[in-house]
Design a protein around this ligand. Structure first.
Ligand code: ATP
Ligand code: MG
Length: 424
């Protein structure tokens, strides 16, 4: 036998036992996004490399060292999307969706970043993202944050922290950047390699360091909020007022910066303490200049993206997801000669009972071994078509989980018997 082929490091499989958790998380996103007027858009996984270089920023970690970029057979430089916003904005501009009646979009799917794989950090991971275009007021920010909170509550996750910041205009960030660089340079000996590199290329990113050894230097750094321009300050205050009025708690974290260059103004993250350094499960903010950078008319926008792997891990720990759906019933057939009519009977039952999850035993075997299979399938009941039953035009119903007595039912009354059993 030749050696079996393994997956690529950082590219996971979602196993059948994990799939219900994923479906639960995805369904809550879909339900709540729809309730707030967001429409789904499905986007390609591969885009021109230039799209990401232009939008995410040349000197971000993602573009510098994390993208899966390749030259295709035509010689074009293409990239597996590392995030969804750039492609969504590209499509919205190209298809004229920005200024129509419903400029609120959501998407879901895999993203690719060549990071160091660890718990909560993978090379292929999944996001659900939402983007809203055309409005610049803090009301939209407030609603989007409340929507994200409602999704997390819907997932049964109540002990997440909402962190909030405002990055100001690019002019405000530029003057803050100067003050920050001066501070970091005066502590040059205490900066780790990452921080030294970022000091040159993208100093605000130093604030996002996850290295505990960097904490002191970061805590002593000047405060971004002291450098805010008047308009951003007013926007931030109005947003906070709306969140207060809606009863949504938050903490202000002036060290909160985002890893992508297109963010400015409001930024926010939902953070869990249960995931170690990989604690952020949903993050977003304003990107009022991005549409123009990608070639559209200037259009304010705000969006968020949630990390599905991390949310599924939390949902599993909280046991808030439904379990895998075992069959209601498992049909066993004593004589292999009778399989033909068993299949026909099963089809009849599925026609009559749309909620019924029914599995038919195939591959023969003794009645005893078939009943063992029925038990292992997780089914609540076995429908037994033994030779006796078939001769009498009946089936036996055997309770596999409780202690109800086994009973015989006429074949033409099976729908009536099974109907209450497949109510859950
Ligand atoms: P982090 O600071 O954890 O690296 P990020 O700022 O790079 O996250 P975003 O680009 O804002 O993350 O993506 C939004 C969310 O997607 C993150 O909050 C996280 O939940 C998830 N995410 C990002 N990168 C990964 C990854 N490599 N593996 C799994 N989930 C990820
Ligand atoms: Mg990252």
């Amino acid at each position: 036998m030749s050696q079996s082929i393994q997956n690529i490091r950082g590219f996971g499989d979602v196993l059948p036992e994990e799939a219900p958790g994923w479906q639960f998380v995805e369904s809550v996103f879909r339900r709540e996004l729809t309730r707030y007027g967001y429409d789904e858009i499905r986007l390609p996984i591969v885009e021109k490399t230039e799209l990401f270089a232009r939008s995410i920023g040349e000197v971000t970690d993602i573009v510098e060292k994390e993208m899966y970029t390749f030259t295709d057979r035509n010689g074009d430089s293409l990239t597996l999307r590392p995030e969804g916003t750039a492609g969504c904005v590209r499509a919205a501009i190209q298809r004229g969706l920005l200024h129509n009646a419903r400029p609120r979009l959501w998407y879901a799917g895999p993203m690719f970043r060549h990071e160091r794989p660890q718990k909560g950090r993978y090379r292929q991971f999944h996001q659900v993202g939402a983007e809203a275009f055309g409005l610049e007021g803090p009301d939209l920010d407030a609603e989007m944050i409340l929507l994200s909170g409602r999704i997390l509550t819907g997932l049964g996750l109540s002990n997440l922290r909402l962190e909030l910041n405002n990055l100001g205009t690019s002019a405000a960030r530029a003057s803050y950047r100067d003050a920050l660089v001066t501070h970091l340079q005066s502590h040059a000996s205490r900066l780790d390699a990452d921080a030294q590199r970022r000091l040159e290329s993208n100093p605000l990113r130093v604030l996002d360091s996850k290295n505990p050894a960097m904490r002191q230097v970061i805590e002593a750094a000047p405060d971004l909020l002291d450098y805010l321009d008047e308009a951003s300050r007013a926007h931030f205050e109005a947003l906070r007022g709306m969140l207060d009025a809606a009863g949504q708690p938050y903490t202000i974290n002036s060290r909160l910066v985002r890893g992508l260059d297109y963010y400015g103004g409001t930024v926010f993250e939902w953070v869990s303490d249960e995931l170690g350094a990989q604690g952020t499960v949903l993050a977003g903010g304003r990107y009022d200049t991005l549409v123009e950078m990608i070639g559209g008319k200037p259009t304010p926008a705000i969006g968020f993206a949630a990390g599905i792997e991390r949310l599924v891990a939390l949902v599993e720990a909280a046991a808030s997801a439904p379990m895998a759906a075992a069959p209601h019933a498992y049909m066993v057939v004593e004589d292999p000669e009778d399989i033909q009519q068993a299949i026909a009977l099963a089809e009849r039952l599925r026609n009559g009972l749309p909620a019924l999850r029914l599995q038919v035993h195939m591959g023969g075997g003794s009645l005893k071994s078939q009943l063992r299979r029925a038990d292992r399938s997780g089914a609540a009941f076995a429908i037994i078509r033994g030779s006796d039953e078939i001769a009498a035009g009946e089936a036996s119903i055997k309770d596999l989980r409780g202690d109800a007595a086994q009973r015989r039912v006429r074949i033409d009354a099976l729908e009536d018997t099974l109907s209450p059993l497949c109510a859950q």
